[in-house]
Design a protein around this ligand. Structure first.
Ligand SMILES: [Zn+2]
Length: 199
């Protein structure tokens, strides 16, 4: 048993398991039979009913990683039980890595404990229902770094915008890679000063 082929098989199988468990977030929100009417990426979407429904869809896709991740996990376990194999071991590492990253909270803040948390969805819904009296016709939109009124730029919720499952302008491959690496987390920092462009 030579060392390098074993190591490369291990790395490839980790990557395959990682890919299978992260694909739902890229694919599921974008293949809906009845797509919701949202402004195209990368423009700032209005906080309306369609946006809330879309985030609920993306949230379901995010959590679908766990059942998807069980496939390589079980496959890896079966392979290891039959004979010690680097492929089986790699599948277990890759899938359990993603499943654990889903289950362990990202932050103590209740809004960003998990991407697409129910607390965040409730906050957005509250902003949708209770119009903030900053302007006569306040219009909350979700820009890259926060939810703001598009008329006066008053910050209504200091939370950067995650991927919303819209068709991306940066191309399927590049967009997919970006979503998989960020895994639902927003690209911009949560601050009033925008440091990194999503573009
Ligand atoms: Zn305003």
């Amino acid at each position: 048993m030579s060392f390098f082929p074993e190591i490369s098989r291990l790395i490839v199988s980790i990557l395959v398991a990682w890919l299978i468990t992260r694909l739902p977030l890229v694919v599921l929100p974008r293949i809906s039979i009845r797509p919701l009417e949202l402004i195209e990426h990368p423009h700032d979407p209005q906080i309306n009913e369609n946006l809330i429904l879309q985030i609920l869809r993306v949230r379901r896709a995010y959590w679908a990683s766990i059942p998807f991740g069980l496939i390589p996990l079980v496959l890896g376990l079966i392979m290891i039980l039959q004979s010690p194999s680097s492929v089986g071991f790699g599948l277990i590492i890759g899938s359990s890595w993603v499943i654990l990253s889903r289950l362990v909270p990202f932050d103590l803040d209740h809004l960003i404990q998990f991407p697409y948390s129910m607390n965040l969805i409730h906050e957005l819904n509250r902003i949708r229902i209770e119009k903030y009296p900053c302007c006569e016709y306040s219009n909350p939109v979700w820009s890259l770094d926060a939810v703001k009124c598009s008329e006066c730029s008053h910050v209504l919720l200091n939370h950067p915008r995650p991927d919303l499952g819209r068709k991306r302008t940066d191309g399927f491959l590049f967009g997919a890679l970006r979503i998989m690496i960020l895994d639902g987390h927003p690209f911009a920092e949560s601050s009033n000063i925008l440091t990194i462009e999503e573009e």
